[in-house]
Write a protein that binds this ligand. Structure first.
Ligand SMILES: Cc1cc2nc3c(=O)[nH]c(=O)nc-3n(C[C@H](O)[C@H](O)[C@H](O)COP(=O)(O)OP(=O)(O)OC[C@H]3O[C@@H](n4cnc5c(N)ncnc54)[C@H](O)[C@@H]3O)c2cc1C
Length: 440
């Protein structure tokens, strides 16, 4: 799978970014903004789908705005005011907090549209984007350091006549070289694996399925989160969501964490069917109204893959296991890690010697730990707790009667607080986070 570089280095770019999801496109965008030559390699062609809830919290909105994406309603974005929480026989509408650090609204957008916008934004900043090109392995130097990637490009004729089910035919193979390579290739991150960086069993992992239904509820101005799922009077394992997409459909899904006893031995599609079977018929979540297949994927949480820097390779987003363990949100963390990574790499590549460059690159995991390590430690504790259904039922039943407490929970779970000059709840969150040990 790996090829050893023998010839004199003849780079095609300063940085190669593998994968044009939110982490790869934002990393590429910020690297290009810093004046670097960036090659962004994506195996699919835009617009392409990605299994997701399509929900964007204010944290993600902030990252989109920072990249210059027009998130106005005129540009087709559906805004939401907050989170509607359903659980313990109650429903609460909790508005996103008013903060100086984050906007007071969230968004929804299909991933086909969101990811294409981010990739095009990177292109407009000067990034060279190769679509329909799969990275098949690293190119290594004699010391085992990554100095490039091998790729296989989809055959041109096939790309033009492609249908969704079309098999990828063998196209041209090629090799690209760069001083630094970024693995932004998502949860399975084959590039990280090929470099010997694997998933960690001691970190949380979620699995979720989702699909779409035409529904009169499609213009919901709250993201809806279900803390308990019922099939008649039987409590089912897992947590669910219903996000109105504003386009005539709702994104409906459910998920489970690996701390749950049912994880790994559940038929998720059947679970979805049973949960939706108990919903009011007028909501429209029925088989006839389903517009897409039910598809599932993993959510790698709380630094599920480390080290984040290894022999010339930096990891971002899902490849780095960056999903928030508290709420399953990954897009904001993918984009933020892309930006952080770009800042580190820009500094590293400006150093005059290879040894100095290496020293700066080695600092990347520390920066990620300083930013998220303690919060993810709290998240891991939370994941342990919600793996205990009795305790969770008790907490939900109690908590839902205390809106102030739920507002605090929303801030903590969505990681939305002001680090300075915030209110009392911000200060409590800050103190809790400071006291937690960093996730190593
Ligand atoms: C069911 C479900 C629901 C979710 N709901 C939400 C939600 O509502 N909100 C939220 O914020 N997060 C949600 N998430 C998490 C979110 O989808 C991820 O955290 C996010 O997509 C991570 O972005 P990324 O760029 O790191 O990876 P990805 O989005 O997975 O992008 C990786 C990219 O790399 C490309 N790639 C992979 N291998 C190669 C290769 N060898 N060569 C070239 N390209 C390659 C892929 O085609 C892809 O474009 C959900 C996840 C799941 C599974």
């Amino acid at each position: 799978m790996t090829e050893h570089a023998t010839a004199q280095r003849d780079d095609d770019a300063d940085v190669i970014v593998v994968g044009a999801g939110p982490s790869g496109s934002s990393a590429a965008y910020y690297l290009a903004q810093a004046g670097l030559d960036v090659l962004l390699i994506e195996k699919s062609r835009f617009p392409r789908d990605k299994v997701c809830g399509d929900g964007l919290t204010p944290r993600a909105v902030k990252s989109l705005v920072a990249m210059g994406i027009d998130v106005s309603e005129e540009a087709g974005w559906l805004r939401n005011k907050g989170l509607r929480v359903i659980g313990g026989g109650m429903r609460l509408e909790l508005d996103w907090p008013e903060l100086s650090s984050y906007p007071g609204y969230g968004l929804v957008r299909t991933r086909a549209s969101l990811d294409e916008q981010l990739a095009r934004r990177a292109q407009s900043a000067g990034v060279k984007l190769l679509e329909g090109t799969t990275v098949t392995g690293p190119v290594l130097d004699d010391d085992g350091r990554i100095v490039g990637v091998q790729v296989q490009a989809e055959a041109e004729e096939k790309a033009r006549s492609r249908t969704d089910n079309a098999e990828r035919v063998r196209g041209t193979t090629n090799t690209f070289r760069a001083r630094v390579v970024v693995a932004a290739d998502g949860n399975s991150s084959r590039l990280s694996i090929a470099m010997g960086v694997r998933k960690r069993d001691d970190r949380p992992m979620g699995v979720a399925v989702r699909t779409y239904y035409t529904s009169p509820r499609h213009k919901d101005d709250y993201l809806e989160s279900w803390l308990d799922l019922w099939d008649g009077d039987r409590l089912l394992p897992g947590y669910g969501w219903i996000f109105g997409m504003g386009d005539g459909t709702s994104n409906v899904g459910l998920g489970m964490l690996n701390t749950s006893a049912a994880f790994g031995n559940t038929d998720y599609k059947e679970l979805l069917r049973r949960w939706l079977g108990s919903m009011p018929e007028e909501w429209g979540y029925t088989e006839e109204n389903r517009t897409e297949p039910v598809r599932g994927a993993a959510l790698p949480m709380g630094f599920n893959r480390t080290p984040h820097y290894h022999r010339g390779l930096l990891l971002a987003g899902d490849a780095a296991g960056m999903v928030n363990p508290f709420n399953g949100e990954g897009i904001a963390y993918a984009m933020e890690s892309g930006e952080i990574l770009a800042l580190v790499v820009a500094q590293a590549l400006a150093r005059p010697t290879a040894a100095e460059t290496e020293r700066v690159l080695r600092g990347y995991p520390e920066v990620l730990q300083d930013t998220y390590g303690r919060y993810y430690t709290l998240g891991r504790m939370f994941v342990e707790l919600i793996g205990r259904p009795k305790l969770m039922r008790y907490a939900t039943a109690r908590g839902m009667h205390h809106p102030q407490l739920m507002k605090f929970a929303l801030k903590l779970l969505a990681n939305l607080s002001d680090p300075r000059d915030g209110d009392a709840s911000d200060r409590i969150i800050s103190a809790m986070t400071r006291l937690a040990p960093a996730s190593r």
